[in-house]
Design a protein around this ligand. Sequence first.
Ligand code: NAD
Length: 455
Amino acid sequence: MEIYNPANDRHLITLEEDTKESIQKKFDRAKAALTSWSQTPIETRIEAIQKFKALVEQEKPTLAEILTNETGKPITQSKNELNGLIGRIDFFLNEAANVLKEEVVSEKGATIEEKITKEPLGVIANISAWNYPYFVGSNVFIPALLTGNTVLYKPSEYATCTGTAINQLLHDAGIPEDVFVMVRGKGNVGEEILKLPVDGIFFTGSYATGQKINTQVASRLIKVQLELGGKDPVYVCEDVDIKKAAASLADGAFYNNGQSCCSVERIYVHEKIFDGFLEAFTNEVKNFVIGDPIRENTYIGPLTRAQQIEVLEKQVKDATDKGAKVLLGGKKIPRGGNYFEPTVLTDVNHEMLVMKEESFGPIIGIQKVSGDEEAIQLMNDTEYGLTAGVYTQDEKRAESILKEVNAGTVYWNCCDRVSPALPWAGRGHSGMGCTLSHYGIETFLRLKAWHGKKV
Ligand code: NAD
């Protein structure tokens, strides 16, 4: 595997991909390690993850640089991701022992005692995306390890150096090498993992790959959890502070260059404030600093994958052919690396790809609406169901709109946000199952029902 820096196309490193044979050996090791790891006391498992957290804190500057060099994520945003990782680890450390506790459910003195105990799924496959490799990886491998599973971890081919660093730090922290096993490679290596008798598949990536995986393993009746893309809408009501809402939404749309599953991808604005909002929004976007992601003041760096530029160009052409106006940007930036201008489109509608298909880049369509009813109808006009938001001063109005919206996460006066305490559970083409919250720990466990009678 050849790894390049997307900011300047420079070659970073050559790494060896796993083969069918080496993946089989890795699986065998993870399988053999399962009994001893699942019987390791939870306190010992917690101690290792605490150590991992301390190592991440200690190595933060180096880890941030590795992430920025291979994905093009601006360095301040790489550091933010690492800070966020530490918060997530804390959540899992505080919750895991509680979730693992056995539950006695029968009344005291009943003739038959009934209780529920929890066991790990077994060997799980953790196939991961590149856009937030620390977040999407840790949502799976931290609770999986804490609950006694062994893990075959395949980072994305676009975040392999970060995956390698995670692997090393977990082992340095005391997670045995056969308990957390990294597999290195592209999609074909992911496919090989799916052929092995793993006990659960936890995937983060695109709808297209998620659907393929689900189809491939359906007959095996194992747990499959999919965290996929989004076409995340926000509705801006007429009662907002326009400047504040515009600033918050410009950040929600363009942070990490729009390469977040929960990036704001469509904005609907009440007709009464439409023109004022457009002006405030474009002013925000004009001020973004575009440049070398290693510099502290850069807000927009390159896209991670060169091929995404074609997706964005196609969306701009399709939209303008159908009558959209380009208020800002619209083109690749002619410098080395995968740079694309932050792009704002208006006069858009749902005939256009930009309002229907995931863009996953620095582009946003802003559409005028007549009121709440039209906004709800348009927000729900999608196959995806990851997040949706409303900006208004009226809490009751926000609540009644968000109840009507078919999404696993809803936001009032905020966006592009994930909390470890809340479930992350996309609907429709955004996936199935959930990570984070106590439900995202339970998902790595199987329940055992006990009926016991003293004779
Ligand atoms: P991708 O689907 O191209 O790849 C994801 C992973 O799957 C990679 O590790 C890849 O090597 C592997 N893979 C590819 N083909 C495979 C196959 N046939 N079998 C097994 N594994 C295979 O996605 P990506 O480009 O890495 O990530 C971007 C997508 O991820 C976007 O759609 C984004 O919205 C989504 N995402 C979702 C969430 C969420 O929480 N819902 C979080 C982050 C990213």
